[in-house]
Design a protein around this ligand. Structure first.
Ligand SMILES: CC(C)(COP(=O)(O)OP(=O)(O)OC[C@H]1O[C@@H](n2cnc3c(N)ncnc32)[C@H](O)[C@@H]1OP(=O)(O)O)[C@@H](O)C(=O)NCCC(=O)NCCS
Length: 191
C-alpha cells in the first residue's frame, strides 16, 4: 500500500482491570511475575488489534521491571495506548497500577513497551493506519517511542556483537584473551 493511501487513526486508550486471584500466586504468596507478563501481553494484543483491525503478534517487549510486588486480592488496572506505528509495527505502552481494595490505596507497579506486528490470516505483516498526532501528549509519546525504537536497534546490534565474540566465535579466542577480559571486567566492578 502506498504511503499517501494510508488512513489516519486516533490512538484510543485501552483500560483493563483484573482481579489478582489465588491461582496466580507464587511461593511467597504474591502474584507470579509470569502471570503479570501474560496479562501485559493480552493487554498489548487487545490494544494493537483494536487499533489495527487485524490480528497482532508480539515481536518484543522491553523494560518489564517489577519494582513492587503485586498481592493476591488486589485489583490491577492496565492503561495501554499505541504510541507509535511503523508500517506493520505498533509500539504499545502499558502502565500497571495495583489497588488495595480495602484501603483503596493505589501504586504504580510497572510500565513497559510491547512491539506488536499486525498480521493477516497467513501470519504475514500488514500495513496499519498511520497514527493521528492530535495533541501535545500524543506527539510527545510518538517522539519518545521513536527514540526507544532507535535504542532497541542499537541494543540489538550490541547484543549480537557480544554473542558473536563470546559465544559463536569463542573457539577463536585464546585462554590469555579470555583471562585478560575477565580481569578487566573484575577491575570494572571492584568498588
Ligand atoms: C513478527 C513477524 C510476523 C515479522 O515477520 P518478518 O518476516 O520479519 O516481517 P518483516 O521483515 O516484513 O518485518 C515486519 C516488521 O517487523 C519489524 N521487525 C522484524 N524483525 C524485527 C526485529 N528483530 N527487530 C525490530 N523490528 C523487527 C520490521 O522492521 C517491520 O517493521 P515495519 O513493518 O513497521 O516497518 C515474525 O517475526 C513472526 O511471526 N514472529 C513470531 C511472533 C510470535 O509468534 N510472537 C509470539 C511469541 S511466541
Amino acid at each position: 500500500m502506498e504511503e499517501q493511501e494510508r488512513e489516519l487513526q486516533l490512538a484510543e486508550p485501552l483500560i483493563m482491570t483484573m482481579l489478582m486471584t489465588p491461582e496466580m500466586a507464587n511461593f511467597s504468596g504474591n502474584v507470579h511475575g509470569g502471570a503479570i507478563l501474560k496479562m501485559l501481553d493480552q493487554v498489548a494484543y487487545a490494544c494493537a488489534t483494536h487499533y489495527s483491525h487485524h490480528y497482532a503478534v508480539t515481536l518484543s517487549v522491553d523494560q518489564v521491571t517489577f519494582n513492587k510486588p503485586v498481592k493476591v486480592g488486589e485489583l490491577v488496572t492496565f492503561y495501554a495506548q499505541v504510541n507509535y506505528v511503523g508500517r506493520s509495527t505498533m509500539e504499545v505502552g502499558i502502565k500497571a497500577v495495583a489497588e488495595d481494595i480495602h484501603s483503596r490505596q493505589t501504586r504504580h507497579t510497572n510500565s513497559c513497551y510491547f512491539t506488536m506486528v499486525a498480521v493477516d490470516s497467513d501470519g504475514r505483516p500488514v500495513t496499519v493506519p498511520k497514527l493521528m498526532l492530535d495533541s501535545p501528549k500524543t506527539k510527545a509519546r510518538y517522539v519518545a517511542a521513536k527514540l526507544r525504537r532507535q535504542l532497541r536497534i542499537e541494543h540489538d546490534s550490541t547484543m549480537q556483537a557480544i554473542d558473536l565474540k563470546w559465544t559463536d566465535q569463542l573457539d577463536t579466542l585464546s585462554e590469555q584473551e579470555i583471562e585478560d577480559a575477565l580481569n578487566a571486567e573484575m577491575e570494572n566492578t571492584r568498588e
